[in-house]
Design a protein around this ligand. Structure first.
Ligand code: ADP
Ligand code: MG
Length: 652
């Protein structure tokens, strides 16, 4: 029934998933939930929805008239996959749509809908049974985002309900099919979780078609990894055969910088100037950066998606044992992975077609990575971990991996959430290197040593839900209308006691009422990407018209104490432990010289004076003290800040 262009059909038949159509559909027929595992690029996202469509899901006159829904953790994947599947479906292409925050093209005859997981969660608030759908695919489940985890938990209940209702009244309600897809085999949290599914869903493995990728570790770990990434990719471009470069960095600022630097290093030849009067009219610009996204859904009705949060981050602590230092290139010739040479029609100065790729980039800009690079140039995509599994960029042969990513962290002690740059997991590093072997044998350049990989990289990354303050998880779920949190079927449950404590705290903050339902205040609080305490401070600050001060306070509280303590400064000696148990190890202590004592006394008096200054507004309030110091620093010109901090015993 579906009539596809010939070359599309040819390409499909090459995909490993294609050969499994029968096995997959059979399993779906016999089970309400199945799990499909297959390497990135094996064809899961583009093909499985089409299998469902072709066997009647989403067709008005079939047994399964409801839509096929496919969720993605990221917007760009939802949009680009909808477009790709639309093309692949040939004469039925118009039945494919997408819905993301701020944008949608779904129509009344849409049979196959791609969306972000946030959008589906939102729909569940209005229609828990999801009666519009006959099948749902949860894609990229291995990423273990909070949204995905919560969705799978809720859907496990919907499956049961739909099955029950259908057996009572089959004419109105049909059973729902759930397909969980993962790029890794690590799915036991779903498959072996009795709370989630009492009969374990079958796991279908799809073999990948993967060419060999040679791994090249740096001998030493580059501390300044952006510099090293720049050097490496320049060298690849100047010396190695054709093939795209994919570079993994951690965030928007880094990526924009890198893109600028690389474009400058390998520019496109300027077209002949037309009488020097500005730009030639016929010249199509290679890059146009001011495209802005079209907005069709008002922000008020849109859902917050995790990727909208892009805080500046704390620098990673250099907790690796390698010698740090700028890598001098004295053994340039010996560097691994540069044995090949340029092809005949390449030169050292060919233009490099450099494109950024990160979540906050307008979708239209993101889509450029799928197009052919201009003739005679090499593609170079500078991406966050968005390119790790959700998107297969065509033609990549070289991967440059900094080995880091920006992730949500939560400090149990200070209760502060932050986004920090940290090592990725071994599993992620392997996913990244795999990107180089899609179209042929490739190379992956790891900007860290194999020792750091072995010793510092965790095997897998923790599910996001365990890296968040529990009270944020609870508040988010309450705002989605989920009530019984203590009994919620989480794939990986947070500590139950902590869940109950979090509910208490939220009641205390007024986000939940006595019945533990969300209040209007709670709804507002859930919109902030901050822990609930801070969200409430901001809301109240706004009501009392002192918002700037409260913002300063919340910022200050989020980064840790700026005041150095008397211990840290060495004014007070920590008590000796050895006092009671040894006279043998009593170390000979140099008696303090008169000069030292005098110097210390002076510092201490300065210290007390400075501290009194910050507590002048209120002797007893730590909050006022913090606010004073933040305002004071803000007042000092940038160039003097360091000396101001030193003089006032503050953390720089
Ligand atoms: P998976 O979901 O298993 O990672 P996909 O279904 O996303 O795999 O991709 C299968 C193949 O389809 C990829 O290897 C890629 O070559 C091709 N493909 C996907 N999207 C596009 C696109 N927008 N343009 C061209 N080719 C694409
Ligand atoms: Mg996919």
């Amino acid at each position: 029934e579906v009539d596809r262009p010939n070359e599309i059909q040819q390409a499909r038949m090459q995909l490993p998933v294609f050969a499994e159509e029968h096995r997959i559909m059979e399993a779906i027929h016999h089970n309400d939930c199945i799990i499909i595992c297959g390497e990135t690029g094996s064809g899961k996202t583009t093909q499985v929805p089409q299998f469902l469509f072709e066997s009647g899901y989403g067709s008005p006159n079939s047994e399964t008239p409801g839509m096929i829904g496919v969720t993605q953790p990221r917007r760009v994947a939802a949009v680009s996959m909808a477009e790709r599947v639309g093309n692949e479906l040939g004469n039925h292409g118009h039945k494919v749509g997408y819905q993301i925050r701020f944008d949608a093209n779904v129509k009344s005859d849409t049979a196959l809908k791609f969306m972000t997981d946030g959008v589906l969660l939102r729909e569940m608030m209005n229609d828990f049974l999801l009666s519009k759908y006959s099948a749902l695919i949860i894609d990229e489940a291995h990423e273990r985002n909070v949204n995905t985890d919560v969705l799978i938990g809720m859907l496990s209940r919907v499956l049961k309900l739909r099955r029950d209702y259908a057996s009572k009244d089959g004419s109105n309600i049909k059973p729902l099919k759930l397909i969980i897809m993962s790029a890794t085999l690590r799915v036991s949290d779903f498959s072996e979780n009795k709370v989630l599914f009492d009969t374990p869903p079958p796991i279908l493995k799809v073999d990948a078609r993967q060419y060999p990728v040679s791994l090249h570790f740096n001998k030493r770990t580059a501390f300044n990894y952006t510099e090293e990434a720049f050097r490496k990719s320049c060298k690849i471009h100047r010396r190695l055969p054709k093939g795209g470069i994919l570079m993994f960095l951690t965030g928007k600022a880094e990526i924009t910088d890198m893109v600028k630097k690389l474009r400058k290093e390998f520019p496109f030849p300027k077209k002949t100037k037309s009488n020097g009067k500005g730009r030639d009219n016929n010249q199509t610009p290679i890059y146009n950066e001011d495209d802005s996204p079209e907005m069709r859904v008002s922000a008020k009705h849109a859902d917050i998606e995790a990727e909208d949060i892009d805080f500046e981050v704390n620098e990673m602590k250099d907790d690796f044992d390698d010698e740090i230092g700028d890598l001098e290139d004295d053994d340039e010739e010996e560097e691994e992975g540069f044995e090949e040479t340029l092809e005949e029609d390449q030169t050292e100065n060919d233009p490099l077609y450099v494109l950024p790729l990160y979540s906050l980039l307008p979708t239209k800009e993101q889509m450029k990575v799928f197009a052919e690079p201009p003739a005679g140039s090499r593609l170079c995509v500078v991406a966050t971990n968005i390119a790790e599994t959700s998107l297969t960029i065509p033609g990549i042969r070289y991967v440059v991996d900094c080995g880091r990513s920006k992730e949500r962290h939560f400090n149990e002690e200070t209760r502060v959430q932050s986004f920090e740059i940290d090592w990725i997991s071994k599993a992620s590093a392997d996913q990244r290197s795999g990107r180089a072997g899609r179209t042929g044998p490739g190379h992956c350049y790891r900007l860290f040593s194999s020792a750091v990989y072995e010793n510092n990289f965790p095997q897998f990354s923790k599910p996001e839900i365990l890296r968040m303050p529990v009270e944020s998880v609870v508040l988010n779920m309450k705002s989605m209308g989920i009530d019984g949190i203590a009994n919620f079927p989480f794939p990986t449950p947070p500590d139950r006691l902590a869940l109950r404590k979090a509910e208490k705290l939220l009641q205390y903050l007024g986000a939940l009422n006595k019945e533990s339902r969300i209040t209007d205040l709670g709804k507002k609080m859930s919109l902030f990407p901050l822990s609930p305490r801070f969200a409430k401070m901001l809301i109240i600050g706004n009501q009392l018209e002192c918002l700037p001060y409260v913002i300063a306070l919340v910022s200050g509280l989020s980064v840790g104490d700026p005041f150095l303590s008397e211990f840290e400064l060495g004014f007070i000696q920590p008590k000796k432990q050895s006092k009671y148990n040894s006279d043998e190890e009593e170390e000979e202590e140099e008696p303090e010289s008169q000069q030292d004592i005098e110097r210390r006394r002076k510092s201490m008096s300065q210290f007390n004076k400075s501290r009194r200054l910050f507590t002048r507004l209120d002797k007893h309030s730590d909050a006022m003290k913090l606010l004073s110091v933040i305002c004071a620093i803000d007042h000092v010109p940038k160039t003097n800040r360091e000396s101001f901090c030193k003089g006032n015993f503050l953390r720089v």
